[in-house]
Design a protein around this ligand. Structure first.
Ligand code: GAP
Length: 464
C-alpha cells in the first residue's frame, strides 16, 4: 500500500466534497451564488463536530471561560466604535479590460511583493503603481488597472432602525462576532461570578463583502466564527497571551489531530496601532500556507472605544486589590469553514492498493461525520438484514451511524472511506452462529471478529 499526500489539490477536494455531500455551491440550480456555500449531509456533521470540539475545549473544560450567543443585528454605533465603518476595508482595483474586481494586496502577494490590507490607500497605491507593469489580470491577462480604492467590507441591511434617526446610517449584518462579546462584557461581569482573568466565547455567523471569491470555502461572504475574548489585567496581558498561543496550538495538534508539519505560526510585522502582538496560525492548504486562526493581543482598545461611544463605564474594579482599570483583551478567532477545509485537506489521503486508487479521509474519530457503518453481507438475505438493523438500532443511540445494504461490500467500504468513517461492521452468516461481527478499521483496513455484546465498548474505546 503506498500513500500519496502530494497529489492533494483543491480541485480534488472540491470534487470529493460535492460527490460525497459535504459542500455544495449555494443556489446551484440558479448558476451558484459567488462565495457562499451550503453544507450537505456529511458537511453539517463535520461542521457540528468542529463546533462541539471547540466549545468543549474553549468553554466546557475551562472554569475561567463562559459562553455567549449575541445577535447578528446590533446598534450601528457598535460598528462606528469598533472602527469598522471607517476602517474595515480591503484595497480594490478593477481590470479596465474585463472589469473584474480584484484585491490589490492579493495581486501583489501573488507577484511576490509584500503588501497587506492594513496599508493606507496612499501606501498601497504607491506600491501598486511601482509594480503594475509586472502584474496581470488573472482572467484576461491584461495589465491595465484602475486606481486602488479602499472597499468597505461591512454588509448593509435594510432593517428598520425604528428607535434611531434613519438618516444616521444603515444597520449592518455583523462583520465579526466578538463585538457582541465586548458590548456584553458588563452584563456578564454583573450576572456571573467571573473574575479577571476570564474569557467569553461564542460561535456565530458573520458577513463580509469580500471582493474576490476564490479558494473554495476559505474565503466566503457568509461564514461562522468561533471567537474567544479573554479579559486581563494590563500587566498580565502578555503572560496570558503566551498561554493562549500554546493552548490553541495544542488544540489543532492534539484535539483535532492535524499534522504538525501542516501548521505554522506567522507573526504580523505591520500591527494596527493598538495591538501589542499578533500571530496567525497558518495551515498548509493546497494553495499554500494561509491564515487559519488569529491569536492577537489587542490592549484595551475595544473596551476603551465602547466606553467612548456608549458613554458607559466599562472599567473593572479588582475585588481583592481595589485596582481599577479597563481590561486588556487577548483573542482567539477562527472560522468554522476554514477549520473544515483544513480538516478535510489534512485527512485526505490517496493510496494505491493492488493497482487501484483508494481515497480515504483519515479524520481523527472525534471529527468523523459518521463513526460506524453497519452492513448486512447480502441485501437479499432477510436474516442478515434483520440482524444488521438490530445492531444499527442499538449503536445509533450512542454514535452517529449509517446502515448500508447498497452494492457489494467493496463499494460500501470505498464510500465509507471517502467520508472518513472509522469503523465498518458487517453481519455475515457466521454472525448468526457465533454472535460476532466483522469490524473493519478504516486506516489499516484490518478486520477482526468482535462479539456483538462487546461492540459498544470496543467502539467507545477506539472512537476517542
Ligand atoms: N475578531 C477578529 C477577526 O474577525 P479576522 O482575521 O478578520 O479577525 C478571524 O477573522 C478568522 O475568521 C480568520 O482567521 C478566519 O479563520 C475567519 N474568517 C475571516 N474572514 C473570513 C471569510 N471571509 N471567510 C471564511 N472565514 C473567514
Amino acid at each position: 500500500m503506498s500513500e500519496d499526500k502530494k497529489s492533494t489539490t483543491i480541485e480534488k477536494i472540491v470534487s470529493l466534497c460535492k460527490r460525497r455531500g459535504f459542500i455544495f455551491p449555494s443556489s446551484e440550480i440558479y448558476g451558484g451564488f459567488a462565495a457562499v456555500y451550503d453544507f450537505g449531509t456529511y458537511g453539517v456533521e463535520l461542521e457540528n463536530n468542529i463546533k462541539k470540539e471547540w466549545w468543549k475545549y474553549m468553554v466546557q473544560i475551562r472554569e475561567d471561560i463562559i459562553g455567549l450567543d449575541s445577535s447578528i443585528f446590533m446598534s450601528p454605533k457598535v460598528w462606528e466604535a469598533s472602527g469598522h465603518v471607517s476602517g474595515f476595508s480591503d484595497p480594490l482595483t478593477e481590470c479596465k479590460q474585463c472589469h473584474l474586481r480584484l484585491r490589490v494586496d492579493h495581486l501583489l502577494e501573488d507577484a511576490g511583493i509584500v503588501a497587506d490590507e492594513k496599508m493606507s490607500e496612499e501606501e498601497i497605491n504607491k506600491i501598486f503603481d511601482e509594480n503594475k507593469a509586472k502584474i496581470k489580470c488573472p482572467v484576461c491577462i491584461a495589465s491595465n488597472f484602475s486606481e486602488v480604492k479602499k472597499f468597505n467590507l461591512l454588509v448593509k441591511s435594510n432593517l428598520g432602525n425604528f428607535t434611531e434617526d434613519w438618516s444616521k446610517g444603515p444597520v449592518y449584518l455583523r462583520g465579526e462576532t466578538c463585538q457582541g462579546i465586548y458590548v456584553n462584557y458588563k452584563n456578564v461581569v454583573n450576572s456571573s461570578r467571573v473574575k479577571i482573568p476570564f474569557g467569553i466565547a461564542q460561535i456565530g455567523k458573520a458577513f463580509r463583502n469580500e471582493i474576490t471569491a476564490r479558494q473554495f470555502i476559505f474565503r466566503t461572504r457568509e461564514f461562522e466564527q468561533m471567537e474567544m475574548q479573554y479579559f486581563t489585567n494590563p500587566e498580565q496581558e502578555m503572560v496570558e497571551y503566551e498561554k493562549l498561543r500554546q493552548y490553541r496550538w495544542q488544540y489543532y495538534t492534539k484535539n483535532l489531530g492535524f499534522k504538525e508539519e501542516n501548521l505554522k505560526w506567522h507573526k504580523h510585522d505591520n500591527l494596527v496601532f493598538y495591538a501589542k502582538e499578533a500571530y496567525d496560525i497558518e495551515y498548509n492548504y493546497p494553495f499554500g500556507f494561509k491564515e487559519l486562526e488569529g491569536v492577537h493581543a489587542r490592549g484595551n482598545y475595544d473596551l476603551t472605544q465602547h466606553t467612548k461611544f456608549s458613554g458607559k463605564e466599562l472599567s473593572y474594579v479588582d475585588p481583592f486589590t481595589g485596582e481599577k482599570y479597563i481590561p486588556h483583551i487577548i483573542e482567539s478567532s477562527v472560522g468554522v469553514g476554514r477549520t473544515m477545509l483544513a480538516a478535510i485537506c489534512d485527512a485526505y489521503t490517496e493510496e494505491e492498493i493492488n493497482g487501484e486508487k483508494r481515497i480515504v479521509l483519515k479524520f481523527k474519530p472525534n471529527l468523523a461525520p459518521v463513526k460506524v457503518a453497519v452492513f448486512p453481507l447480502m441485501k437479499n438475505k432477510p436474516e442478515l438484514v434483520v440482524k444488521a438493523k438490530e445492531i444499527y438500532d442499538s449503536l445509533k443511540m450512542q454514535f452517529m451511524c449509517e446502515f448500508d445494504d447498497n452494492g457489494n461490500i467493496g463499494k460500501r467500504y470505498r464510500r465509507q472511506d471517502e467520508i472518513g468513517t472509522p469503523y465498518c461492521v458487517t453481519v455475515d452468516f457466521e454472525t448468526l452462529e457465533d454472535g460476532a461481527v466483522t469490524v473493519r478499521d478504516r486506516d489499516t483496513m484490518e478486520q477482526k471478529r468482535i462479539k456483538i455484546e462487546e461492540l459498544s465498548s470496543f467502539l467507545k474505546e477506539n472512537l476517542k
